[in-house]
Design a binder for this molecule. Structure first.
Ligand code: HEC
Length: 196
C-alpha cells in the first residue's frame, strides 16, 4: 500500500518540529514583552518604598474597574523606610508567606486556594475598620487569628505561631501587594474607605 504524502511519518515529524520551534519563539517574545510590565518599579508594580505611602482604590470609568491610587505619606509602623529597607522587609514577608504555605488556604496574585479570603488586596480589607487601627489589628490577628477573628469568611484561621516581627513583615508585603495594578482582580473586592 502506498502511503499518502500527508500521512507519512516524515511530514508529521517536520510539522511537529516547526510548530514547536515557532511556539518557542512566540513564548520568548511574550516573555520579553511581559518582564518590563511585571518588574518592581514599573508602571503597574510600584517600588517597594510605596509602603511609605497611602494606598487607595478608585473606580476608573475608562477601564471599568477599581485601580490603585497613591496618596501622601503614610509610613508603615510609623517609620519611613528607604527603598533598600522596604525591599528587605517586603521580601522577608513574602518569604514567610511562601515558607508557611499561606496559599494552601489563601490566594495571592491569582495563585492559591479559595478556602480563605483572597490576600491580594487584604491590606485594604474593610474589616480592618480604619487606617489608624489597621496595623495594630493586623498584627493582633496574625499573631493569634482564632481570638481576633473578623469573620470575614465564617471560617477561622489557625494560630501559626507568627511572631510580632514576622507579622510586621507580612503586613509590609500585603501593603506592597495591594499597590499592584492587577486589572481589577480580585473582581469582587471592595476596599476600605480610608480617612486622613
Ligand atoms: C488553614 C487555612 C489557613 C492558612 C494556612 C492561613 N490562613 Fe489566613 N485565614 C484563614 C481564614 C479561614 C481566614 C478568615 C478568618 C477570619 O475571618 O477570622 C484568614 C484570614 C487571613 C487574613 C485576613 C484577610 C482579610 O482580608 O480579612 C490575613 C491577612 C491572613 N489570613 C494571612 C495569612 C497568612 C500571612 C498566612 C500564612 C502565614 C495564612 N493566613 C495562612 C485561613 C488560613
Amino acid at each position: 500500500m502506498i502511503t499518502k504524502w500527508w500521512a507519512s511519518e516524515e511530514v508529521w515529524r517536520k510539522i511537529a518540529v516547526w510548530v514547536t520551534a515557532g511556539m518557542l519563539l512566540v513564548l520568548m517574545g511574550l516573555t520579553f514583552d511581559t518582564i518590563p510590565k511585571i518588574s518592581v518599579g514599573s508602571e503597574r508594580v510600584p517600588a517597594y518604598s510605596i509602603i511609605n505611602q497611602r494606598i487607595d482604590y478608585v473606580f476608573d470609568e475608562k477601564r471599568n474597574f477599581q485601580v490603585p491610587v497613591f496618596g501622601g505619606e503614610q509610613p508603615l509602623f510609623g517609620k519611613m523606610l528607604s527603598e533598600e529597607e522596604a525591599e528587605a522587609l517586603v521580601t522577608w514577608g513574602k518569604k514567610i508567606t511562601q515558607g508557611r504555605n499561606c496559599i494552601n488556604c489563601h490566594t495571592l496574585l491569582g495563585n492559591g486556594a479559595y478556602f480563605a479570603p483572597d490576600l491580594t488586596k487584604a491590606w485594604l480589607d474593610p474589616n480592618w475598620v480604619d487606617s489608624d487601627l489597621r496595623e495594630g489589628l493586623m498584627i493582633n490577628f496574625l499573631m493569634d487569628p482564632p481570638n481576633n477573628s473578623m469573620n470575614s469568611s465564617g471560617r477561622k484561621m489557625p494560630n501559626m505561631d507568627i511572631s510580632e516581627e514576622e507579622a510586621k513583615a507580612i503586613i509590609a508585603f500585603l501593603k506592597w501587594m495591594s499597590s499592584i495594578d492587577t486589572n481589577g482582580f480580585p473582581y469582587n473586592f471592595k476596599p476600605v474607605e480610608q480617612e486622613g
